[in-house]
Design a protein around this ligand. Structure first.
Ligand SMILES: O=C(O)CCC(=O)C(=O)O
Ligand SMILES: [Fe+3]
Length: 713
């Protein structure tokens, strides 16, 4: 049966947008039929139409709220006589509601043509697909088929930014990067709101002490964040956010007022969630904590640095709206006042922030009320909510909830990640699992740090060093952690000394230094962009199963421990005191091979028993995590073969940075001779087209895609 012709007839430029659901379904159908050009046209139109609908809703919402008729409820508030008694406020309020509905419908018709309002209804499946940026995945492949490589690369990049752990796309991206026909600037993100770029640039400039240049960026970031918040809030008023409300039973079984209240509460919940939505980078699971607030702090400091004291005042006063008792802000305020000289009663907090706070407090009050009296749930996204606003009974309950899980009551911290994305994406390094996927707070698995040639060089280095050790009589050292394994460790200084003596190759020793710095850069960029990390110890470690001693073995290759504290599995506490290496702040394990049995790394809960995540070593894979009690870990027994890894520990304390690293570097530089490392180290150059997984699936199974599409939409 030939595929239906895609609905190209629907596409006429300038006409009101068609329903995104239909366009997307048609686009996928064209895609499945291999009709690449129509697929591209339809998918792009689906994106355009969805954006246009969002804009229409926001603008109609704003203009209808500003209508004279919309002022009716203020009669309720400002009534000269208290409005009470049966049947007084209902007609007023409900009449205003009817008017607003009428206004919104008319506005939709005006902007989108007859039936426009109905088209505002976007199904939740489609909404999720768009949130995951799925259209860009199809677009990238369709563009690739059309040999529009630059467009394919930007679509692929756009998808990948929001789906950094997507396996297939990871491989495809690597292939695109190897294609010399693609311009580097094509790897750009077509979707992420611009305020993120402004925010990152602003932070970078601040780091370089360029406050004057940073300020416009920081202002743009704040304006952009607030604008994004508005459009997010506007979307809450649409019908689409309430899918599944029936199943929840909220409102649907109640009478008129229960139903209105139920819907209203869901709108408020949705609006409050916009704080987190705005503060969450694409592809990330957690928002940047106190996103707006931290922008305001940076703003007042930067304004003070450039001597613009009145703006510094306005911004620090805005900070105090969030936390009126903030000591640092109060101190700064005093200082600015002194610098200004005369009192300036005209200076107040920023108006945009004032509005934001007042509105938010009003919503929270209602939500907490509903929580207390109607049993609805509300997860307050903010930590600045004044305690007095939360009903007493709830305060107790919320506190108890927080205390239930002693080891992870701190919200996973997301620090501003100014450069990590560039650092990762551009080096061909990819984030395979983030903290959420690893069930923890500060953990990550990154891949692609080493080529297989580089792993080979480091494995050879470990082997040569071990043999040299054997000659000098210390081979066969049993592992300090298990009697069933042998253990060889090589430090950077030892490697440099052996290289000088000609016992091991110089490229290996140099690579060891270079790679440890590579890991440090990435770890800092990912976990600690605002505070430099120093290597404190680097160790190339191989563990080998001792043959004939593996039967019925019960122990681990490395018992469960935390790297900077002494773990007490009974209480789950971790004592940051000797003999632990208390100054270690971040740990890294860069694996070199996978041709052994057992030996997976695993994380546990603080009881040292319950496994929460596991990682299989392989060449070029880095597991990085904070070194404290939040990351107890161990290694399963290595029951066959030899497992080699570069273990690195980073510290914030410069006084604990590794002296041996510098010594090793000097040793190797002394008789610097450029060797031909290029051929061993160069990356695999053969470009291969991105795969067409979907197409293959389709060839196998007829036309399953179409059926699924129908179901989804
Ligand atoms: O090799 C590994 O995977 C983990 C080793 C480890 O945890 C350590 O040396 O502290
Ligand atoms: Fe460890």
């Amino acid at each position: 049966e030939p595929p239906e012709p895609p609905g190209l007839a629907q596409l006429s430029p300038g006409s009101p947008p068609q329903a995104p659901d239909l366009l997307y379904a048609d686009g996928l159908r064209a895609y499945s039929a291999g009709a690449w050009a129509p697929a591209v046209a339809l998918l792009r139109e689906a994106l355009r139409s969805r954006a246009a609908l969002g804009r229409a809703r926001q603008e109609c919402g704003a203009s209808c709220a500003a209508e004279p008729g919309a002022a009716l409820p203020s009669q309720l508030l400002g009534a000269p006589h208290p409005v009470s008694g049966p049947g007084v406020w209902e007609p007023l309020l409900l009449r205003a509601t009817l008017r607003r509905a009428e206004c919104l419908t008319q506005c939709a018709v005006r902007r989108l043509g007859p039936g426009g309002a109905a088209r505002l209804r976007v199904g939740s499946a489609l909404r999720d697909a768009f949130r995951r940026r799925e259209p860009y995945n199809y677009l990238q492949r369709a563009y690739y088929q059309l040999k529009k490589l630059d467009l394919a690369a930007s679509a692929a990049h756009t998808f990948f930014v929001a789906n950094p752990t997507h396996l297939q796309m990871r491989e495809d991206m690597a292939k695109y990067r190897r294609m010399s026909a693609i311009r580097p600037q094509s790897f750009r993100d077509l979707v992420t709101p611009l305020y993120w770029a402004a925010y990152d640039t602003g932070l970078e400039l601040l780091e370089q002490r360029e406050a004057a240049l940073a300020l416009p960026q920081l202002e743009e970031a704040l304006q952009g964040s607030l604008a994004h918040m508005e459009s997010c809030r506007a979307a809450c008023e649409g019908p689409e956010e309430h899918q599944g409300a029936e199943e929840e039973g909220e409102g649907s079984q109640g009478g008129l007022y229960e139903a209105i209240a139920g819907h209203w509460i869901r709108v408020l919940q949705c609006r409050q969630h916009c704080v987190a939505d705005t503060a969450t980078r694409p592809g990330r699971s957690f928002p940047v904590q106190d996103f707006l607030l931290s922008q305001l702090r940076r703003l007042h400091e930067a304004y003070a640095q450039v001597g613009n004291m009145s703006q510094a005042m306005e911004n620090v006063l805005s900070v105090l709206l969030f936390y009126p008792e903030d000591e640092a802000a109060k101190k700064a305020l005093n200082q600015y006042q002194t610098q200004l000289g005369e009192p300036r009663p005209d200076l107040g907090p920023r108006e945009d922030i004032q509005r934001f706070i007042l509105r938010s407090l009003g919503e929270k009050r209602q939500l907490y009320y509903a929580m207390e009296h109607l049993g609805t749930s509300f997860k307050d996204p903010d930590s600045w909510t004044p305690e007095a606003l939360i009903p007493k009974a709830l305060r107790e309950r919320l506190r108890e909830d927080q205390e239930k899980k002693p080891w992870d009551h701190q919200p996973p911290q997301q620090k501003p990640l100014a450069h990590w994305k560039d650092a990762l994406l551009m080096e061909g390094v990819t984030l395979t699992q983030d903290a959420q996927q690893l069930n923890g707070s500060e953990r990550a698995v990154l891949d692609g740090l080493l080529t297989s040639a580089e792993c080979g060089v480091l494995l050879q280095l470990a082997k040569d060093a071990a043999q040299a050790g054997a000659r000098s009589g210390y081979r066969g050292r049993r592992s300090p952690h298990s009697p069933h394994e042998r253990f060889e460790g090589l430090t950077v200084l030892k490697a440099a000394q052996l290289a000088r003596a000609g016992t091991v190759g110089r490229p290996g020793a140099k690579l060891l230094l270079e790679v440890s710095e590579r890991v440090r850069t990435l770890t800092q960029a990912y976990f600690s962009p605002e505070r430099p990390l120093h290597l404190s110890f680097t160790h190339l470690v191989c563990r080998s199963a001792i043959e004939g001693e593996q039967e019925q073995r019960m122990d681990l290759s490395h018992p469960v421990h935390a790297d900077n504290c002494v773990l007490d599995p009974d209480t789950g506490e971790c004592w940051r005191e000797p003999p632990a290496y208390t100054y270690r702040d971040y740990s890294g394990l860069l694996y070199l091979n996978d041709d052994f049995k057992g030996g997976d790394l695993f994380f546990t809960q603080p009881n040292a028993l319950t496994v929460t995540a596991q990682v299989r070593p392989r060449c070029g894979r880095l597991v990085a995590f904070s070194s404290g009690g939040e990351n107890p870990h161990g290694v399963w027994a290595v029951t066959r073969g030899r497992r080699c890894a570069l273990a690195l520990w980073h510290t914030w304390a410069p006084e604990h940075s590794e002296q041996e690293w510098t010594e090793a570097k000097e040793l190797l530089q002394e008789e610097e001779e450029e060797e031909e490392e290029e051929d061993i180290l160069s990356r695999d150059p053969s470009p291969e087209p991105p795969s067409h997984k979907l197409q293959r699936v389709q060839e196998k199974a007829g036309k399953p895609r179409r059926v699924r599409v129908r179901e989804e939409l």
